[in-house]
Design a protein around this ligand. Structure first.
Ligand SMILES: [Zn+2]
Length: 399
């Protein structure tokens, strides 16, 4: 198993500068971004599954025939041969068919026996990294805070692993500036792909994580989030997102995830924000006694008999950012533009990527149209989903 930070061995400086290459090329190299999947399958402990994205960081630059740490162990100088690389790349669908990863520490190898040997004595199997910050015995789930500074190799290997399932950059560098919140659960699952139960004792395995920048200028409460593929569709992503907001509410921060979100992240967040908002509007702190639609305004500097709520108020009550609230309300289909008392027009938020905050807000406060929150639509949206309770149990928070 590797014991080195393999990207330290491929000549990449921390600041990402490399002579003679464009910034985009350098950035792609730095984060190991590839246009195709280069590793076919991953075996994480007893679970085997397909990768989603390519990850070149496991390899030396232009040396796809072997994992970087193996190459280095042979004491062969990297040739960094582009021609050879292109030939290899075009004749092989994948650079590697299976990567074996320890389900306690994320060290990796292409050798199944090496992995089995390592797993039987991995120190993280006996002593989990970090400290417990959330524990739900009924669900057999706990969250541990692991400092990047203290458990550098663990967090580096975790990031390398996560890169195969995230289409945006994950953190490989400056780990000192991040905390990682690891979700642990029972390893005795029913959906295992291969089993060797006879040899295995019951121990806790990581099922997902999120990273959080210690000093985020934008007050982001989350940088990257991933539930590992075998453990998805168990609402574990919702639990982690919910926990990340509990942390920022505890610090009285209006906060949210770092954008752009990964594909996985976007689905999870829209689901979380929408359910939370629906609950607040229908029965929580934003609920009103009438069935009236609610006029949404940037500020409350208006005289109107219609019930009015400002985006800022929603933001303060939920701890969500205004942009994120708008994205969720649009996703729920409960926004409409109202020109006068009788005419409603579908509210259309322009492309999230090319619209600035102030443009969005000015469209909300324009004189000719009011943006209205259709309460009936919120009820309709909520009727087909379980919004009855928050997924995180506050009494189980341990920070
Ligand atoms: Zn291990």
């Amino acid at each position: 198993m590797n014991d080195q930070h393999n990207y330290d061995t491929n000549g990449i400086d921390d600041d990402g500068e490399r002579d003679g290459e464009t910034e985009t090329e350098t950035e792609k190299d730095l984060y190991g971004i590839l246009d195709k999947r280069n590793i076919e399958k991953v075996v994480l402990g007893d679970h085997e599954f397909d990768t989603w994205y390519g990850n070149a960081v496991y390899f030396l630059k232009n040396e796809p025939q072997e994992l970087a740490f193996k190459f280095m162990n042979k004491d062969v100088r990297s040739r960094n041969n582009l021609k050879k690389f292109l030939e290899f790349d075009s004749s092989h669908k994948y650079w590697l068919s299976k990567l074996y990863v320890c389900d306690s520490c994320f060290k990796y190898t292409d050798d199944e026996l090496d992995c089995l040997k390592h797993r039987s004595m991995c120190k993280y199997k006996i002593k989990l990294p970090g400290r417990t910050v959330y524990k739900d015995d009924s669900k057999k789930i706990s969250i541990r805070k692991v400092k990047g500074k203290r458990h550098k190799l663990f967090c580096q290997n975790l990031c390398l692993f996560a890169k195969m399932f995230l289409n945006n950059k994950s953190v490989f560098f400056s780990l000192d500036h991040y905390d990682f919140y690891m979700m642990y659960g029972d390893c005795n699952e029913t959906n295992k792909i291969s089993t060797n139960d006879t040899q295995k004792s019951n121990y806790l395995i990581p099922k997902g994580f999120f990273s959080r920048e210690l000093l985020s200028w934008d007050n982001n409460n989350l940088a990257c989030i991933l539930i590992f593929p075998p453990f998805q569709r168990q609402k574990l992503g919702q639990l982690l997102i919910s926990f990340s907001y509990e942390l920022s509410r505890f610090e009285s921060l209006i906060s949210g995830p770092e954008h752009p979100l990964s594909e996985f992240g976007e689905i999870g967040y829209l689901n979380y924000w929408s359910k939370y908002l629906a609950r607040e509007f229908l029965e929580g702190s934003l609920a009103n006694s009438t069935e009236q639609d609610i006029k949404l305004k940037e500020n409350d500097n208006i005289n109107d008999i219609t019930q009015v709520i400002t985006l800022e108020e929603i933001s303060i009550k939920t701890g969500f950012r205004i942009d994120d609230i708008l994205m969720a309300l649009e996703y729920m289909g409960c926004l409409a533009e109202k020109k006068n008392r009788n005419i409603y027009k579908d509210y259309e938020l322009k492309n999230q990527n090319d619209i600035q905050n102030n443009e969005k807000l000015s469209s909300l406060s324009s004189d000719s149209y009011d943006v209205v929150l259709l309460k009936g639509k919120i009820q309709e949206w909520a009727s087909t989903r379980d919004i009855s309770r928050s997924i995180i149990k506050e009494n189980l928070l341990l920070y």
